[in-house]
Design a protein around this ligand. Structure first.
Ligand code: KE4
Length: 428
């Protein structure tokens, strides 16, 4: 049994000064029981807790650490950048460099604005879509999580689902009234709603692959139908690629599925582990954004030089030939291994993957939306999670989250993960 005495001590200290002892709810292990690990450091595919235990890490800071932790190229660049100051509140060439890189990889966008989180990106994109169309309503899908902006905490996923508050207290009814939620992958429901309400709908925002109820894939034709319907009625289609960007493929889900959204939100990977979010779109939409246009959006640390540096180095590293092929190979190896381990251990599971994001559900039902995801056996997942942690494997502490692969994970790491999974599943 691993020792966790210092993590336990720190957690009780943290709870005295921070709500729930954490700065983001899913970190508190509430869904899986036990105390959260307090982390000392991380390197490559591994993360080390304050009690000296080490784990192969598939959380990767919830997606950003696609190169692996503390990549030498990123660390060296950050050290140099820090010596030049940490923030100026004035434009720098770094912001142009990251914007140009992002626009090259996401050609559906003509312009992009940097912010500090995925929440800011989606919140701002929706404001711009409302400003551009003059309409108020927003369509989202049950279980999709787009950050914690008021109007989006309606039937939301991720921690909101984990803690059973998909419609959070504190969100005024008047906000929620402008949010229409539909079942994911349900084309008839989508068509009925849009054909009826399109005159009031400013935008549809979607996770093109849902990473916040585990991992749910769009069924064939769903994204195409969404694109066609929104184009027909002048509704802004926003792809929330905060998680899927650079993850499902280098060009995100939009490249993978060949759909051109009107706006895209990014985050996580483009900050290389530092706080960065971004939203962008066609020039006629983005010309609405202040100071070019009338829709206001601002941020003291937007385009922060350290965050830009980490993002630039991460994306430049990802541009190197063959990296995505290598990541695909390892992700496929993990998929095969985990499926086989569950079968050998005699457990009913479903495994879904899009590029290097994935999820194992403890269920014998195909998972294709919020309703079917919620049928998973969260008790079994919790025992699996704890068993994997005890065997040195760090998974997301909730059935309703995705796992991530990095370029630092070796075949040895994957073999160890599969062995641990067989033993952990056997025990639950
Ligand atoms: P942030 O505000 O947390 O940077 O991004 C919000 C967000 C927006 N859109 C998508 C598709 C997202 O997945 C997220 C954030 N993802 C969660 C993980 N499910 C972040 C982890 C957390 O809340 O601590």
């Amino acid at each position: 049994m691993k020792k966790h005495s210092l993590s336990k001590k720190l957690f009780s200290q943290a709870k005295k000064v921070i709500p729930g002892g954490v700065n983001s709810p899913v970190r508190a292990f509430r869904a899986v029981g036990g105390n959260p690990l307090f982390i000392e450091k991380a390197k490559g595919s591994r993360i080390f807790d304050v009690d000296g235990n080490s784990y192969i890490d598939y959380v990767l800071s919830w997606g950003p650490m696609i190169l692996g932790h503390a990549h030498p190229r990123v660390v060296a660049a950050l050290k140099k950048a820090t010596e030049k100051g940490t923030s100026y509140g004035a434009p720098t060439s770094l912001e142009i460099e990251l914007a140009e890189l992002v626009l090259k990889v996401y050609p559906a966008m003509d312009k992009v604005r940097m912010v500090n989180s995925g929440t800011e990106a989606t919140m701002s994109a929706i404001r711009v879509a409302r400003g551009f169309t003059g309409r108020d309503k927003v369509v989202k899908f049950e279980g999709c999580y787009h950050g914690h902006a008021d109007g989006l905490l309606v039937k939301a996923g991720s921690g909101a689902t984990t803690f059973g508050v998909p419609d959070s207290p504190g969100v005024p009814k008047s906000y929620a009234q402008n949010t229409i939620t539909l079942p994911y992958n349900d084309i008839p429901a989508l068509t009925r709603m849009v054909e009826k309400e399109w005159r009031k709908i400013a935008c549809v925002i979607i996770e093109p692959v849902v990473g916040n109820i585990g991992c749910v894939l769009p069924k064939p034709g769903f994204l195409e139908a969404l694109r066609k319907l929104t184009r027909k009625h002048g509704i802004v289609l926003i792809f929330d690629e905060v998680m899927t960007g650079f993850r499902v493929s280098f060009g995100g889900a939009q490249a993978y599925y060949g759909i051109k959204p009107d706006m895209t939100c990014l985050g996580k990977v483009i900050g290389g582990g530092l706080p960065v979010g971004a939203y962008g779109g066609k020039k006629e939409i983005m010309s609405m954004v202040s100071p070019e246009g009338p829709v206001y959006q601002a941020g003291t640390l937007s385009g922060n030089p350290l965050a830009m540096t980490a993002g630039i180095e991460t994306i430049k590293e990802l541009l190197r030939p063959g990296l995505y092929a290598a990541m695909e190979k390892r992700s496929a190896m993990l998929e095969e291994g985990l499926k086989d381990a569950a079968k050998r251990a005699g457990a009913k599971t479903r495994f879904y993957r899009a590029g290097s994001m994935f999820c194992t559900y403890f269920t014998d039902t195909d998972v294709r939306d919020y309703g079917t995801a919620k049928k998973a056996d969260t008790g079994k997942f919790s025992r699996f999670f704890t068993g994997m942690l005890e065997r040195g494997i760090n998974l997301a502490p909730s059935q309703f989250e995705a796992g991530f692969m990095s370029l630092a994970h070796t075949e040895k790491d994957i073999d160890a993960t599969v062995t641990a999974a067989y033993e952990a599943i056997k025990k639950i």
